[in-house]
Design a protein around this ligand. Structure first.
Ligand SMILES: [Ca+2]
Length: 395
């Protein structure tokens, strides 16, 4: 049984799940449960899930090995259809499992331009990330044309791990790209604090326009515009170790990013323009080396961290804006990859404080990724090949 009900045992301890305040009356309590979705789908290393944004409600699930599947909905019980198979150009090794197909995003104007963007590790070069654009097949809305690839950006990685890999369009229409520090322990090349490399950063690029020598252009209000060559103008925020994963809150437009820690601390960040998120001077809120003392007020602290006694590797999720579990509205859902524990975190934007962080029981499988469908329902994907959603009952 994959689902498990979260039963509020004591009034006041489960505010997240109570639709009304505890008043002494017996009122139905909302119970959030984890439920398997896409029950007919079993994908090796399902690493990304998203929707077309075209009103169709269709969902795409991507394997880290490079095959993308399209389904009509989370309750679709027909055989999944292959949207496109890119495994011929993606490299993935079980032994070095941070490479492979890592991200996809449909253009905000997909309905009219049919464009899909992907992030993957290419098989045609060693340790190299590629961001490319594809187009829908002119003959079949459930097919992406594999021959339509246009490479937008290529990033050489020094090692196999810490590739980041989430791509997402912001409410401003620009493409945001999460990149890790390039790998190995301690950020040996000091990429996190180096603005001259794209590594260790979140990029913001305009994929609708080209510029000299580039298949994209740089938005004029990017924070380091005019600072080249001392800083890469693509960078939106930096000081990140391995963003796994990032997501925009569809209601507030805020950008959430979970950054995987090294030895002791996992962290959640709200990303702001030009922000320095501390790596490798800090891990979470703690000095990682001599340069990360509290005196460095320019280093932005995470809004939340947890110790390796709790989990070992964060998998960032999404802010819930769906309808199936209304008591989760506004909660940031995330998990630990190693333990499989899922949490709902509540952040108060006025006081800038996390007000609650509550576990949602019912999963022990490693969580690879989260993402939402067109209706705002949030799913998480496990390395057992399963996909799960959040539902609510009242008793
Ligand atoms: Ca940090």
């Amino acid at each position: 049984m994959l689902s498990s009900l979260l039963r509020p045992a004591v009034c006041g301890l489960s505010l997240l799940l109570m639709s009304t305040a505890c008043s002494g009356e017996t009122k139905p309590a909302a119970q959030v449960a984890i439920q398997q979705a896409f029950p007919q789908l079993s994908v090796k290393r399902p690493v990304a899930l998203t929707h077309f944004g075209d009103g169709s409600g269709r969902v795409v699930v991507a394997s880290q090995l490079g095959t993308l599947y399209v389904l009509s909905s989370a309750d679709d019980r027909t055989e999944p259809q292959t949207l496109v198979d890119l495994s011929d150009r993606v490299i993935y090794k079980d032994r070095e499992n941070e490479e492979g197909f890592l991200g996809l995003a449909f253009h905000p104007n997909y309905r009219t331009n049919g464009q899909m963007f992907v992030y993957y590790t290419t098989a045609d070069a060693e340790h190299t990330s590629v961001i490319s654009r594809f187009r829908v097949s002119p003959n079949d809305p459930n097919r992406i044309d594999p021959d339509s690839e246009k490479e937008i950006l290529r990033i050489k990685q020094p090692f196999w791990n810490h590739n980041g890999g989430t791509i997402a369009f912001g409410p401003d229409g620009y493409l945001y790209v999460g990149l890790g520090d390039g790998g190995m322990a301690n950020d040996p090349m000091m990429n996190g604090q180096n603005l001259q490399t794209l590594l260790g950063s979140i990029l913001r690029i305009d994929v609708d326009r080209t510029s000299a020598g580039r298949a994209y252009s740089i938005p004029e209000d990017n924070p380091f515009v005019g600072h080249a060559p001392l800083a890469r103008e693509e960078i939106w925020a930096y000081g990140l170790r391995n963003v796994w994963r990032l997501a925009f809150d569809r209601q507030t437009g805020m950008l959430w990013a979970a950054d995987v820690g090294q030895d002791t601390w996992e962290e959640i960040n709200l990303i702001t323009r030009g922000g320095n998120y501390g790596w490798n001077l800090r891990e979470g809120r703690h000095a990682f080396g001599p340069g990360g003392s509290a005196a460095r007020k320019d280093l932005i602290e995470p809004i939340w961290e947890y110790h390796h006694d709790v989990g070992k590797s964060i998998t960032g999720g999404c802010v819930y804006r769906g309808r199936q579990a209304p008591s989760l509205n506004g909660a940031y859902l995330y998990a630990d990859y190693v333990t499989g524990q899922v949490w709902a975190l509540r952040y108060d934007h006025q006081s800038k404080q996390v007000v609650r962080n509550e576990p949602i029981p019912g999963n022990t499988m490693p969580v690879l990724s989260f993402r939402e469908d067109e209706a705002g329902e949030v799913y998480f994907l496990t390395d057992k090949g399963t996909i799960h959603r959040f539902v609510e009952t009242r008793q």
